[in-house]
Design a protein around this ligand. Structure first.
Ligand code: GLC
Length: 802
């Protein structure tokens, strides 16, 4: 019996429940407070301290230290902006409570017990409230259940769960869009072939959005230890979050709109820089194309078949025995000649770079990356001083301690070999970090990183490893090629990753279930500050078929990252592999993607500037409409395109929800009134797609790669709303250099209104200094077919449409 109980306890690890949270020590009541310009510090009866900092009128930081003062050291790898101009705020004290009021928020702190409540300053409506005081596990009650009982003290915050509260975000989870009634763990893990419910997977983004009755708030729990989020799974009363160490340190952000919260989250953790425009092109990969002649063959097949392609990937077999920063001399004798040859066909090459640096088995073997790193003492070591030697693709390997600034610089500079050989971007994989000896991370618990002199272990640093690796790569590319935007793609991540890398969702399956999961995964990532997302088109593991591949493209042709990729022993799945019928349909969608580039790039730039992603769940655009709250088999691109893909085999018809407003069927221009569900035909060559009435969708010429032809003419497809109005902006820049950051872009606004003799188009005076030169603009009223053309010379114009 005792044995069984022991098994039950061991088996219970990682499933801390809401009930367990109630058993923790609670922070003591407030006994006094100090006010500063930036907020207040509360002193508690048990010597705990809580700092409430007012960063903006809608952004508050709550930082608690249990039974001791708040440490002076305050550091996070995720935070991009630390200096905030404190807005005006007032403090009010009564014997029971303390209130802080900004223009947008009213924060009431009950003194005893210490409970924090956030309300709308104007309506006084409750947004979010503590369900119990912030708590900590001083007595080690949860020790048996923790992954790493030595990591520190478990800390937790518990919030009242609204009866109708919905939860979004939390980064990359193999889960549905609305996270209500679910719980999750964050611990970056290599999880090939994951299916819905597998948790954790590759990334940690401890940020979520709560939405109740149309009012949204965001919470970013900036703690990189193994963390837990429970949105009402183990209790009807509470949604709680906690971590196995570190500080209880969270940022509360008020909307009420989700878009506003995403903007604030981007201000806090960094805005995604624009990748090069070619990153929006179609990409082809496989583990692994080699030798060089096979890479050439793939590209020439694309060109022969009139299929668009911008990028091809070299997976791990391009290297000399999996040694990063080398090329295999037999397989790739002249990488520079290869990249130049492909470059002439409009194709860039991206190479994989894993974190494992091969540990030379023979002491006499020289490998520059190992030798230099060892000499400079840049590799991670265990607490006892031994090198940490995980096993990855090269066999025994070592990892760089990316918390060391000099190591980051060295790592970045090692990429010169790629730049010199014409490699256009870097693919950072296996950076959870994966270790074949033990994928759980247990084997890494005594691995120490410098961590700004704190010398902390992987309990804290595992989840930020990929963030710092991507940062080192990004900053290296930036230094090595300052006139080009870096392009980095990563598998693992921590909050803030958008500053350095785009991402893909790792090793999916070539199954319909996996395809259906990509939708809520992409949209949730977008709601977590990661706009540039994608998934292996067709699925990574296993054998797909033509139908699955076509339906996969019908999702990914509108995802920011569109790359077909396959495992080494999987059945081939380049667009032509299942015959002409499927290939023709895939061609149609890839071509459509390329004509839509002016629209996609404009929407991507919006994501860079505002934090609002390109690939969106409907709830992001229609948060007042409860029909969108758990709708995750449809998505939107920007504000204007609504797509309802087919996610099951043998299905050629589906129900589509159209939110209130006017909608046009993209294929037929048939007009619909929204606020209802309609049934739509979807034979294999059709993905149901609708355009919002009031939209203008800019499209460019049909091309097979970016830069093949000038973007001329640009056709503006106008879909008027019921009042005959429509509007849009078009964003353009050189697509390659960072000059857009200093004003070298062109943003032109367009509007359409009903005049006496028909519709009138007005073009605004463009903003920015980028000048694409004169080109033709066509304006087409889609449902009517009327067309008018002008020459765009950067001047404001009015044009009459018949
Ligand atoms: C990992 C990656 C996959 C890659 C493979 C070999 O499984 O997720 O994309 O092909 O490693 O490098």
């Amino acid at each position: 019996m005792k044995f069984l109980i022991l098994i039950a306890i061991l088996g219970a690890a990682a499933t801390i429940s809401a009930q367990d949270i109630t058993t923790l020590e609670k922070i003591g009541p407030v006994v006094s407070l100090q006010r500063t310009d930036k907020g207040v510090t509360l002193n508690c009866h048990d010597n705990s301290q809580v700092q409430i900092s007012i960063l903006a009128s809608d952004l508050i930081r709550v930082r608690a230290s249990f039974t001791k003062p708040i440490p002076t050291r305050d550091h996070s790898w995720a935070i991009a902006k630390e200096d905030w101009a404190t807005p005006r705020w007032t403090l009010n004290e009564t014997s029971d409570s303390i209130s802080i009021t900004t223009d947008e928020l009213e924060i009431t702190i009950r003194r005893s017990p210490l409970l924090i409540e956030f309300r709308d300053a104007r309506t006084h409506q409750l947004i979010n409230a503590d369900e119990q005081p912030m708590s900590y596990d001083a007595g080690g009650r949860l020790a048996n259940m923790l992954f790493d009982p030595k990591a520190g003290m478990f800390v937790a915050a518990s919030k009242k769960l609204g009866f109708d509260e919905h939860f979004y975000g939390l980064g990359e989870k193999a889960a549905r869009l609305d996270k209500r009634r679910s719980s999750f763990v964050n611990w970056n893990s290599d999880t090939p072939g994951y299916t819905e419910g597998k948790d954790p997977i590759y990334q940690t983004i401890p940020f979520y959005i709560g939405l109740q009755r149309g009012v949204a708030y965001g919470i970013f729990f900036d703690n990189s230890y193994r963390s837990y989020f429970d949105f009402g799974k183990s209790s009807q009363q509470r949604a709680w979050f906690g971590a196995e160490g570190g500080e209880l340190n969270y940022y509360f952000c008020y909307g009420p709109s989700i878009k506003k919260i995403l903007g604030r989250y981007a201000d806090l953790t960094g805005h995604m820089p624009l990748p090069p425009l070619w990153a929006l092109g179609n990409q082809q990969s496989r583990w692994s194309y080699y030798p060089d002649s096979m890479v050439e063959e793939v590209v020439s097949e694309y060109r022969k078949r009139d299929l668009p392609l911008d990028v091809v990937y070299l997976d791990i077999d391009y290297m000399n025995g999996y040694r990063v920063f080398t090329f295999d001399k037999q397989r790739f004798p002249d990488p520079k000649a290869l990249t130049e040859k492909l470059g002439r066909q409009g194709v860039k090459v991206v190479t994989i770079v894993d974190p494992g640096i091969k540990y030379p088995p023979d002491k006499n073997e020289r490998y520059h990356a190992f030798d230099q790193g060892l000499e400079k003492n840049f590799f991670q070591r265990r607490r006892n001083g031994d090198l940490f030697v995980p096993r990855v693709w090269p066999g025994e390997s070592v990892f760089v301690d990316y918390t060391l600034p000099d190591a980051r610089r060295w790592w970045g500079d090692l990429h010169r070999v790629y730049i010199d050989n014409g490699i256009a971007g870097i693919w950072n994989d296996m950076n959870e970090p994966s270790d074949f000896v033990d994928q759980t991370g247990k084997n890494q618990l005594d691995v120490v990183s410098y961590d700004e002199g704190e010398k902390t272990t992987h309990a804290k640093n595992r989840n930020t490893f990929a963030l710092l690796m991507s940062r080192s790569t990004y900053e290296g590319l930036e230094r090595l090629r300052p006139d080009r935007r870096p392009y980095v793609i990563t598998r693992a991540a921590y909050a803030g990753i958008q500053r350095y890398a785009t991402m893909w969702t790792g090793d999916t399956n070539s199954t319909w279930e996996s395809l259906a999961l990509t939708l809520p995964m992409f949209t949730s990532l977008g709601l977590s500050g990661e706009p540039f997302v994608g998934s292996d088109v067709g699925g990574f593991i296993g054998r797909g078929n033509g139908e699955l591949l076509v339906r996969s493209y019908q999702v990914s042709f509108l995802a920011p990252f569109c790359r077909n990729h396959k495992v080494i022993d999987g059945y081939d799945q380049e667009p032509w592999r299942f015959g002409k019928h499927y290939e023709d349909i895939i061609r149609k969608y890839l071509k459509l993607r390329y004509t839509l580039l002016p629209f996609l790039y404009t929407t991507l730039e919006e994501a860079h500037r505002s934090g609002v992603p390109l690939f969106r769940p409907l709830v992001l655009n229609y948060q007042d409409d409860p029909s969108t709250y758990n709708l995750d088999d449809q998505f939107m691109v920007g504000d204007d395109l609504l797509v309802a893909p087919i996610l099951k085999p043998d299905v050629t018809k589906r129900l589509v929800y159209l939110p209130a407003g006017t909608w046009y069927d993209y294929w037929t221009n048939k007009k619909y009134s929204g606020g209802t569900m309609i049934s739509v035909d979807a034979p294999l060559d059709v993905v149901p797609m609708f355009v919002r009435g009031g939209a203008i969708v800019p499209v460019g010429p049909s091309v097979n790669y970016i830069g093949e032809k000038p973007v001329d003419p640009i056709t503006f497809n106008i879909y008027p709303d019921d009042a005959g109005s429509a509007s849009a902006t078009l964003y353009e820049d050189d697509g390659l250099s960072p000059a857009y950051k200093t004003g070298a872009f062109r943003r032109t606004s367009f509007s359409v209104r009903r005049g006496q003799r028909g519709l009138v188009v007005s073009t605004g005076v463009p903003e920015g200094t980028y000048n694409p030169g004169p080109r033709k603009f066509n304006f087409v009223v889609k449902p009517l077919g009327s067309v008018v053309s002008i020459v765009d010379d950067g001047k404001a114009k009015q044009v009459q449409l018949k």
